[in-house]
Design a protein around this ligand. Structure first.
Ligand SMILES: [Fe+2]
Length: 293
C-alpha cells in the first residue's frame, strides 16, 4: 500500500458539495450516480439503498417528521467500527466543549441514530435542526440554510468495505461532526452567523472567501486548551485518522482574513490548520468577523 492509499483509507472528505444540482435533478429515480472509483460502485444493493434514502430527501417537506433511513445490520456495524476508532481519538484530541456535547447527545455505540432522534436533542439545546438532503447541494444553499437554524444533512452511510474512509460527507460526518457541534450554543450561533453573512454576500468571489473561512473554522478548526492543540472542526472530529495526524499539520495562528484567502484540497488530510489560542478567542473573533462581514 502506498502512502497516498493509506491516507485515503482513513479520511472523511468533508466538502459540503458533492455534485452539480442541475445534473442531479435530471432523473430523480437515479439520483445516486457514484463515480467508478467510489467504494460502493460495484455494489448494486448499496446503490439501491442509496437511491431509496435519497428519495426520502427528495420527498421531504420542511416541518414534516423525517422518515427513518433503512440501514442494514452491516451499516450499523460500520457506525460501530467508526465509533470504536473515534472514542479514544475524541478523548485525546477533541476540545472540551465538543466532549460535553457528545455526552449530552448520548449516542448508542452500535446503532446509527436517525435524524429525528438527533433533532429532538439538538433542537432543545440550540434550536438547530438537521433536514435530509440527497447530498447534492450548492454551497450557497447549504450555507444560507444555516441562518434559519437548518443544517442540510446527508442520511446515507459510507460503504461497509471502507469504514474509515468516505469520498463524500455521510451521516457519520454529519452527525458526529456537525450534529454534535450544533448542540453547543456557541458553535450553533457561529453557524447561524455564517448563514446570515452568506445571505448578505452577492459576489461569487466573496462567497468563496466565506466558504474558506467556514472550512478552516467549522470544518477544520483547532484551538489551544491548557497548552494542547484540540479539535473543534467537524472534519477532524469525524476522522480518527486525521485527528491523530493533526499535530503534523502546519499550525498557523487564527487569522480569518488569511483563512479567507487560503486554498484547500478536500480529498486529503489538511496540511495547514488555523489554531486559536482558546475557545473564547475563536468564538469572539469569528463572531465579530461574521457580524461585520
Ligand atoms: Fe461538513
Amino acid at each position: 500500500m502506498d502512502s497516498n492509499q493509506s491516507i485515503l483509507l482513513d479520511h472523511v472528505d468533508a466538502r459540503p458539495v458533492t455534485g452539480d444540482l442541475d445534473e442531479a435533478i435530471v432523473d430523480r429515480n437515479t439520483i445516486v450516480q457514484l463515480d467508478p472509483d467510489h467504494p460502493g460502485f460495484r455494489d448494486a444493493e448499496y446503490r439501491r439503498r442509496r437511491n431509496q434514502i435519497a428519495q426520502i430527501a427528495v420527498r421531504y417537506r420542511p416541518g414534516d417528521p423525517i422518515p427513518d433511513a433503512p440501514y442494514t445490520a452491516e451499516e450499523h456495524q460500520v457506525w460501530a467500527t467508526i465509533w470504536r476508532a473515534l472514542q479514544p481519538a475524541h478523548q485525546a484530541h477533541a476540545c472540551a466543549d465538543y466532549r460535553e456535547c457528545l455526552t449530552k447527545l448520548n449516542f448508542e455505540p452500535d446503532r446509527i441514530p436517525q435524524l429525528c432522534e438527533v433533532n429532538k436533542k439538538v433542537q432543545a439545546i440550540s434550536g438547530f435542526r438537521l433536514e435530509p438532503v440527497a447530498g447534492l447541494v450548492q454551497p450557497r444553499v447549504f450555507l444560507e440554510n444555516l441562518a434559519d437554524g437548518v443544517f442540510l444533512c446527508t442520511q446515507y452511510i459510507r460503504h461497509h468495505s471502507t469504514p474509515l474512509y468516505t469520498p463524500e460527507p455521510d451521516v457519520v460526518h454529519e452527525i458526529i461532526g456537525h450534529g454534535v457541534t450544533l448542540a453547543s450554543e456557541r458553535l450553533a450561533e457561529l453557524n447561524r452567523l455564517f448563514g446570515k453573512a452568506v445571505k448578505r454576500t452577492q459576489s461569487a468571489e466573496e462567497l468563496e472567501k466565506l466558504s474558506r473561512v467556514y472550512w478552516f473554522t467549522i470544518e477544520f478548526g483547532v484551538l489551544r486548551e491548557d497548552g494542547e492543540v484540540k479539535a473543534y472542526g467537524t472534519g477532524l472530529l469525524s476522522s480518527a485518522g486525521e485527528m491523530a495526524e493533526m499535530h503534523e499539520a502546519q499550525l498557523r495562528p487564527l487569522d480569518l482574513d488569511a483563512a479567507a484567502n487560503e486554498k484547500y484540497d478536500p480529498t486529503h488530510f489538511q496540511p495547514v490548520l488555523f489554531c486559536a489560542d482558546s475557545f473564547n478567542e475563536m468564538y469572539e473573533g469569528l463572531r465579530d468577523y461574521l457580524i461585520s462581514w
